[in-house]
Write a protein that binds this ligand. Sequence first.
Ligand code: 5GP
Ligand code: ZN
Length: 113
Amino acid sequence: MEDCLFCKIAAGEIPSNKVYEDDEVLAFRDISPKAPTHILIIPKKHIARLADADEADAVLLAKIQILAKLLAEAEGIAASGYRVVTNSGEDSGQEVQHLHYHLLGGKKLGDIC
Ligand code: 5GP
Ligand code: ZN
């Protein structure tokens, strides 16, 4: 999708610090980390927000959830704990209008993201 920051990152048009990539999903480090581990996981296809996902996206979204778990293990935060969160829509404070899941950990998490 034109003028979507995360579509451009997914396409490699804008650089990112990638931690995982396959045909369907990309995980990369947040440019402004709120915790020692702050990774964003996105579907490569443009879905603006969770509210715009549908039944056909169920496997893709499940895959992202399992990837979050695996990345938490790889980051060494599985035992200490972590948070996986997505913002959807105006009241959530969603800033980038391409579905993304924050994986946060490495410290006690307060009311962030
Ligand atoms: P939201 O508020 O939409 O849930 O989260 C958007 C996240 O994207 C923020 O945590 C912000 O720091 C991150 N972000 C915004 N622009 C960029 C960018 O160009 N590169 C990376 N890696 N992260 C970004
Ligand atoms: Zn997009």
